[in-house]
Design a protein around this ligand. Structure first.
Ligand SMILES: Cc1ncc(COP(=O)(O)O)c(C=O)c1O
Length: 362
């Protein structure tokens, strides 16, 4: 029998395990969202996030999950008569293309097989075909465990297609993987907080470039809840356009202080170490889905090379140790399983989890 009051430790790729001290932040007395105290919390948090994302442009907080910013990036920055190139490499990037279509925009698809990364060459060839106004791409595809080579892609785009706006879904990448927003020349990047920020779900952090904001001002029918221009106006008062998830922002503030204190280079190195360990284990006992060169440092997708019933292993580990890892996602459901190693999960935690999985597959 499961009991939500005694939940398992989460090794699924989001929501991830949250430390008790972070949960305590969510229990602080609430603030009035137009009060000076809130503005102070907001300003301080945004300042820290700018350090974490290496940007001096806009950083906003959205009381929504990340999917809201899939829609926002399109509705704010792409006109109805323009075409957006959607790079698709798995369930989440595929979904983003779907969202762009549902927003009534013209979408051109660039697909690679699930488990493969996008390459500089293929994107270059596609962008050379016609005049695209914007491109969507996922940094870390959570369904396959691929990290796309976005630093290389950014270099190529800055040189050859400087006018194409770049929207990056970094939902399972932000914090665990480097993001130098300004240097990369990206226009929108976002992540919900239930991934490597290691906060419960309910809030999304997003950065917007100045040129994307200028573009937004010219795009009609941007909608209301996710209007970038409204976010910018409220930002001047260190506020959000609507009542935000204040408890989450308190927890985010706490996590940002910890991250800045640790130093982002160290944070990325910590994630890399966990990734290396899980990949080493997976290669010994199972197989990796992804070429190691593109394998994610925030989650590992492991091929079910032993033809095991993954659901039974997950259930057995939960029953014995009160911990859960992820099954495969979408069409990879029974063919793979997924272990998250991000946020406040430690190397000792993942070592323990791998040993528990071994116990069930001797
Ligand atoms: C890469 C990626 N993009 C988008 C999403 C959707 O995020 P949310 O559930 O916060 O809307 C997810 C969720 O797992 C994801 O992994």
């Amino acid at each position: 029998m499961v009991d939500w009051r005694n939940p398992p430790k989460l090794f699924i790729p989001g929501p991830v395990h949250v430390l008790p001290e972070v949960l305590q932040q969510l229990a602080r007395p609430t603030l009035g969202h137009r009060a000076k105290e809130y503005s102070q919390l907001h300003e301080e948090t945004i300042k820290l996030l700018k350090q974490i994302l290496f940007t001096e442009q806009y950083v906003f907080l959205s009381t929504s999950s990340a999917s809201g910013i899939w829609e926002a990036s399109i509705r704010n920055c792409v006109n109805f008569d323009e075409t957006v190139l959607c790079c698709m490499c798995g369930a989440f990037s595929d979904k983003w293309a779907d969202v762009a279509k549902k927003c009534g925009r013209n979408v051109e698809e660039l697909k690679v097989e699930w488990g493969m990364p996008h390459t500089v060459e293929a994107i270059d060839r596609k962008l050379a075909e016609r005049k695209y106004k914007a491109m969507t791409i996922v940094y870390n595809e959570t369904s396959t465990g691929v990290t796309n080579p976005l630093y290389d892609i950014a270099e190529m785009m800055k040189k050859k297609y400087p006018d194409v706006l770049v929207f990056v879904d970094a939902v399972s990448g932000m914090i665990g993987l480097p993001i130098h927003f300004d240097k990369l020349g990206w226009d929108v990047v976002f992540a919900s907080t239930q991934k490597a920020f290691a906060i419960p779900p309910g809030l999304t952090v997003f950065a917007v470039s100045k040129r994307a904001m200028e573009k937004a001002k010219t795009v009609p029918q941007r909608g209301y809840y996710f209007d970038f221009v409204e976010f910018a106006k409220s930002d001047e008062k260190h506020q959000t356009p609507t009542t935000p998830a204040i408890p989450h922002i308190m927890a985010l503030n706490y996590q940002c202080h910890r991250l800045v204190k640790e130093g982002m280079e160290n944070v990325w190195a910590r994630h890399k170490k966990m990734g290396e360990f899980v990949r080493g284990w997976a290669k010994q006992k199972w197989q990796l889905l992804v070429d190691e060169k593109y394998a994610s440092n925030t989650l590992t997708v492991i091929k079910n090379s032993r033809n095991a019933v993954i659901g039974d292993i997950i259930k057995a580990v939960q029953a014995k140790h009160n911990a859960v890892f992820g099954n495969g996602y979408g069409k990879l459901k029974d063919l793979t399983f997924r272990i998250a190693h991000m946020g406040d999960i430690t190397l000792a935690d993942v070592k323990q989890l791998c040993a528990w999985i071994d116990e069930q597959t001797k």
